[in-house]
Design a protein around this ligand. Sequence first.
Ligand code: ADP
Ligand code: MG
Length: 424
Amino acid sequence: MSRTETTTDFTDATVSGDIAGSEILVDHVTKRYPGARKAAVDHLTLEIPAGEIVTLVGPSGCGKTTTLKMINRLIEPTRGRIVIGGDDVTKMNGDKLRRRIGYVIQGGGLFPHMSVAANIAVVPKMLHWSRPKITERVDELLDLVSLDPDTYRNRYPGELSGGQQQRVGVARALAADPPVLLMDEPFGAVDPLTRQRLQDELLRIQGQLNKTIVVVTHDFEEAMKLGDWTAVFSEGANVVQYDSPEHILAQPANEFVEGFIGEGAGLKQLNLSRVREVELWPAVTCSPGEPTADVLRRMDEAGHHEHAVVLDAKRRPLRWPSAKQLRQMETVPAGWLADLPVVSQKSTLTDALNTMLVSTTGAALVTGVGDAFAGVITVEIIMDTITRAQREAEADYDTPTGENEEVAAQAGDEEPDLVGEADE
Ligand SMILES: Nc1ncnc2c1ncn2[C@@H]1O[C@H](COP(=O)(O)OP(=O)(O)O)[C@@H](O)[C@H]1O
Ligand SMILES: [Mg+2]
């Protein structure tokens, strides 16, 4: 099938169910900046599946931004080609291409002299949408990124917090409903709490939209959290490992990747920590035979819940259907699914991670006494544990060891005394 530049809209993927994104193929691409000794991107080949989030993570200067900007042709490759939704875009008109690819940069990159509404309307205006259609779209997008349209549409970027500006940046990138969203260190300029909230929001939005999203970050934790797939880059956009976050955490390809996970301190912690020691995610639960409408309503009220756990009369997990699956049924199905990812509270976090490898949700169900359901463990919870272990390892390093030994010795001395007193 051949299409001309003007008709290209990457719509090929939209026919397959509710995936609204397009596959991206980076095919033997090299970028050498004029006068540079080494290529910034050296023979990179990367397949980015339609409708999924791929994160590119690596140290500063390894070629992440260059890679991203070659996808929307803000930078021309020296060699190789980029194929989006089956179309070679390397020769396409760059301006037209960029109207079909949302682009989000750190801080949002908003035009300071334009209102929020005008910022969001930039691409729709270029596409000559009608005024009422643009107005409606702006409000719809502000809703999507959790900003009240009446409050925010007429404000200027300078009147918004960093997180709000970033949200408007995402809304602007999504304005013309592009199949592809490129994000370069999108949440790098905000405080940790806002950052976490924006990450959660991106995941929620993606749950609704199913775009193809490429996120560039130097933050490994963010890469693990956001990515369905993560490519770990070293210098020259050399792909050291390209896999699911679960796989990367469980089986880092080499010391370079291990270094990202946390110098071994983090990995060691996974073998030492038990599932019962971490705080689990609550889940919406239900029983076989219950009307699915009731369950879906509870999931809605709980927010951010895309799956529900079906429990038997003894509260043992039977199934773990998605909201989408539940919507196709009248009542909650009975019966036990053998391949359910389940770990015990006694399992180590390494066991949990290995169990997640078979799960498509990057999560596992946890059971306690009598195999009763206790909660959900996620890759995110495991990343938290790794990060905390790293921080504690650093803090220990700062504490003079003498003091620690003294405290330990005292504690050790006291115990037999107490036992002795009790005996007397
Ligand atoms: N416009 C440019 N001209 C020359 N060299 C550049 C230019 N942009 C980036 N580089 C170089 O290319 C390499 C990759 O940069 P970049 O893609 O920005 O990395 P990252 O986003 O991973 O930090 C770096 O060595 C950088 O100095
Ligand atoms: Mg960069």
